[in-house]
Design a protein around this ligand. Structure first.
Ligand code: HAM
Length: 426
């Protein structure tokens, strides 16, 4: 087949009708979980000031250096398509004075995000996230609850074999000491690192842990680990988070090299993976604590924690494990019509049935009765309405009870009453 002249942009995809049910199910599941925990929904614009992301995600990160879609408006504003949701939500929290509300403020979101990545399995340039942010609380119970919510959400979608990878990257007090030790180590091994990581030594040394290069991976095996440099408060915080996870019986592993690709994190960072693909596990969700983000964006000292899950990766996993999905609800009745007059009458009759809340299937494009009845039997409806030329003239209609195969002719004005009788039958 010849390549069509126009295709969707690289790494961006249509969500086709056959996949909509996954999005619906995921959004409904997310909604159920967050409503229980009293989150309010928030939608922020897809475009934000470019500098919002520089200040939050940080220079020297892959997202800011390589993955932003940016544009200059006619009014000379420099904007970026949002690559993630935490910074825009913190911007909104500060801008809307949410600090005066009872804290913590719990917000959730669902929508598209954009990263100019090399498209590959599970990595797209436009993807959707479900995210939660709990803003204004520093207790470790919030970190555990964030992990719990994401974990339960994935479980409720039928995903099994999940593991939570947790680490602590310290705070303003202890991270500089760790950074210094890491720098010392990296400088010694500089010549064995890739060009990107050599640059990272100067700009943002912790980001070397995001490098996918195998040689760098080997060098980093012996690198100092953040967990060994935590101050007393950070140690206690991590211990508390892990104790809550034990209490909740959530399986986790401590991952000393997990730093996450965004600079705003402090203390707890985590990712949830499926353990099914042992060789190349892919993160279904990730998050952590971000106690300094508000200040970096011009707000006050506000401790917060949150996480986001990647919808397309979840869908791929749901398909892999054949997770149950309730597809479109099956219609109760099928409407078949033959001839031009019947076709003309069919739209108002369909409207009448819709008003009576009877779900009706039809295939107006297929005029042959055989093709229409074929579709009706594939759908497994309880009754078929048949409107031919003769019935249309006489203002009558045929109703076939699919269970008993009995067919009766009724007045068009009695369709709803007669159908309801059949639909009530067991
Ligand atoms: P993140 O780890 O960058 O965190 O993204 C969260 C999830 O989004 C990932 O675990 C993954 O499932 C999905 N994801 C990320 N990039 C892509 C992509 N290119 N294609 C498909 N899926 C992708 C954040 O975005 C943070 N804002 C999470 C957070 C909220 N931290 C605190 N609060």
């Amino acid at each position: 087949m010849a390549k069509p002249k126009f295709q969707s942009p690289t790494g961006m995809h249509d969500i086709l009708p056959q996949n909509q049910a996954y999005y619906e199910k995921i959004q409904n599941t997310a909604k159920e979980v967050v409503e229980f925990y009293d989150f309010g929904k928030i939608d922020t614009p897809v475009l934000e000031d470019y500098n919002l992301f520089i200040r939050s995600i940080g220079e020297g990160t892959d997202i800011v250096e390589k993955e932003m879609f940016t544009l200059k408006t006619k009014g000379k504003d420099f904007l970026a398509l949002r690559p993630e949701g935490t910074a825009p939500i913190m911007r909104s929290y500060i801008e809307n004075g949410f600090v005066s509300l009872p804290q913590p403020v719990r917000l959730w979101y669902f929508g598209p995000f954009f990263r100019y990545e090399k498209p590959q399995a599970g990595r797209f340039r436009q993807f959707n996230q479900f995210g939660i942010e709990i803003i204004g609380e520093d207790d470790a119970i919030i970190d555990a609850q964030t992990i719990l919510i994401m974990y339960k959400f994935l479980q409720e979608l039928g995903l099994k074999d999940l593991v939570v990878k947790v680490n602590s990257i310290g705070d303003d007090k202890c991270r500089p000491i760790y950074r210094k030790e890491l720098l010392k180590y990296l400088r010694d091994k500089k010549t064995s690192l890739c060009a990107d990581c050599q640059k990272r030594i100067k700009t943002n040394p912790l980001r070397v842990f995001d490098c996918k290069n195998e040689k760098c991976g080997q060098v980093l095996m012996g690198a100092p680990q953040s967990i060994d440099y935590l101050c007393e408060e950070c140690k206690k915080h991590l211990k508390n988070v892990l104790e809550y996870l034990d209490e909740l019986k959530i399986p986790y592993s401590l991952e000393s090299k997990l730093v996450r690709g965004l600079d705003y994190y402090t203390r707890t960072v985590f990712e949830i993976e499926s353990t099914r693909e042992q060789d190349s596990p892919i993160a279904l969700a990730g998050g952590g604590r971000y106690d300094n983000l508000s200040k970096a964006l011009g707000g006050g000292e506000i401790s917060s924690c949150g996480a986001a899950a990647g919808i397309e990766r979840i869908i791929a996993e749901m398909k892999e494990v054949k997770s149950k999905l309730i597809l479109h609800s099956i219609p109760d009745v099928f409407f078949a019509q033959i001839g031009p007059l019947a076709k003309k009458r069919s739209l108002p009759i369909l409207e009448e049935l819709r008003n009576a809340k009877i779900k009706v299937g039809e295939s107006f494009g297929k005029d042959g009765l055989k093709a229409q009845l074929g579709k009706a039997s594939r759908l497994g409806v309880k009754a078929v309405l048949i409107l031919g030329q003769k019935e249309a003239i006489n203002e009558m209609i045929l109703i076939r009870n699919m269970k008993t195969s009995k067919q009766v002719e009724v007045k068009q004005e009695d369709i709803v009453i007669e159908l309801k009788k059949i639909l009530k039958e067991k």
